[in-house]
Design a protein around this ligand. Structure first.
Ligand code: ADP
Ligand code: ASP
Ligand code: MG
Length: 401
């Protein structure tokens, strides 16, 4: 007897059959004597379809209206799942994000959860109902609908698990767990039994879509162990937790992120304060700068190169262009045809040579590296987008038998 939060992603609720499949999983969990809170995403490609609908109207939609639109996807799923549960005899009620108590900040399309008032959810549980909550959405202080960014339903589920002190938080998806690489792209990828929050946070932030990175951040902060598993094949999945058994694995996974642009500011004067001038401008515009590279000075000049998400690159280019004279007036270029490929694993801290193995794998495929960035548990390279899939396969082969 306990309280279990179960989250089901878009593929898991994509049609009538999948919805009844989810209803049966929930019913089984409840029949074992548990209270169940379910979080669902929009069905199938609904969110992408809604984004495409907005694009038919305007190239620059208001972020507030975008959230009004996108939040409708999850509302369809909660109602249909609650109906399916009732149909098979399970008392249930659907709640939107705001009915479930999600208050967020004002950042439309990428809002953060500020508070979670679980009173309504708890009172529905006390009435012996399964509570089906719309993921990905909340309400800000102006009582406007907000969404939490792509993949945000994972975060809704973890937040509920933390606030309700749930005994388990299960993230059901369309693969059997967290793999050493995207199993749809790398058939040789193997399923991990367990992975630490820190490793998963890196993998998620570096492009492994299976969990949203904020959800992992939240899980680590509140100590919510996650179980990632398939809604189709009832086999053990992957547990994400603070510490794992030593598995002797040097790296846990290879990830690819194509949402990267490289911006280069050429011939910046080689004097103090230039980096500050560049990056304070970017900070004022909320640009998420990732990797920074600065060439060593020559002829009293240097180049400053950085990466940011593609969606922020236009803003970065225009703010830098408008202030060009403040850092030398040199050329500013952008390259969107790049990808970031990364290896992640706590094991690399105690194993010298990880970088060399990775670079050898890239060399074996004749792939040129544009930028490199490392932390204690990851190594990332920026390469041409056209080489990315080949790179992931070669690196995966080099590390994982
Ligand atoms: P959901 O709709 O259930 O939230 P997502 O599409 O967001 O599912 O995430 C699951 C997908 O993540 C998988 O179908 C898989 O293609 C992709 N993926 C990328 N990297 C990994 C990885 N390392 N392990 C498992 N899945 C991964
Ligand atoms: N429906 C939203 C998306 O597609 C949220 C989610 O699925 O987690 O990003
Ligand atoms: Mg997802």
């Amino acid at each position: 007897m306990g309280l279990i939060v179960q989250k089901f992603g878009g593929t898991s609720v994509k049609d009538r059959n999948r919805i009844f499949n989810v209803a049966r999983i929930v019913a089984n969990t409840r029949n074992q004597g548990n209270d169940v809170v379910v979080v669902v995403s929009a069905q199938g490609d609904t969110t992408d379809d809604l984004i495409a609908k907005a694009a038919e109207i305007t190239g620059d939609p208001s972020h507030r209206e975008m959230d009004m639109l996108l939040a409708t996807g999850e509302q369809i799923s909660i109602a249909l799942l609650a109906m399916a549960l009732q149909e098979i005899g399970v008392p249930s009620i659907s709640l939107t994000g705001w009915q479930a108590g999600f208050s967020t900040d004002r950042a439309y399309t990428k809002a953060r959860i500020k508070r979670l008032n679980t009173e309504r959810v708890e009172s529905e549980l006390a009435r012996n109902r399964v509570v089906v909550v719309a993921g990905f959405q909340g309400l800000n202080r102006s009582e406007d609908i907000t969404t939490l960014g792509r993949g945000g339903s994972d975060t809704s589920a973890v937040a509920l698990a933390a606030a309700l002190h749930a005994d388990r938080c299960q993230i059901f998806t369309d693969v059997e767990g967290v793999f050493t690489a995207d199993p749809r792209k790398i058939p040789k990828a193997t399923k991990l039994k367990e992975i630490t929050f820190d490793e998963m946070l890196e993998l998620a932030s570096l492009g492994a879509q299976v969990l949203n990175n904020r959800s992992v951040e939240l899980a680590k902060k509140y100590g919510v162990e996650l179980e990632v598993l398939s809604s189709i094949n009832p086999v053990p999945g992957t547990v994400v937790k603070e510490e794992t058994q030593v598995e002797g694995m040097l790296i846990k996974g290879v990830a690819k992120d194509e949402d990267v642009a490289v911006i280069s500011i050429l011939e910046v004067p080689d004097v103090p304060g230039m980096s500050f001038k560049v990056f304070s401008l970017l900070a004022q515009k909320n640009i998420n700068v990732d990797i920074i590279l600065q060439s060593s000075g020559r002829d009293n000049c240097k180049d400053v190169i950085f990466t940011c998400p593609k969606g922020e690159a236009e803003t970065a280019m225009s703010v830098l262009g408008a202030n060009k004279s403040r850092f030398g007036g040199g050329e500013i270029t952008i390259n969107r045809d790049v990808a970031k490929v990364s290896v992640v694993g706590a094991g690399m801290q105690s194993h010298p040579g990880t970088a060399s193995t990775m670079f050898e794998a890239l060399y074996s495929q004749n792939i040129n590296i544009h930028m490199i960035s490392t932390s204690e548990i990851k190594i990332s390279v920026i390469i041409d987008k056209a080489d990315a899939d080949k790179a992931v396969a070669a690196i995966h082969d080099a590390f994982i038998q």
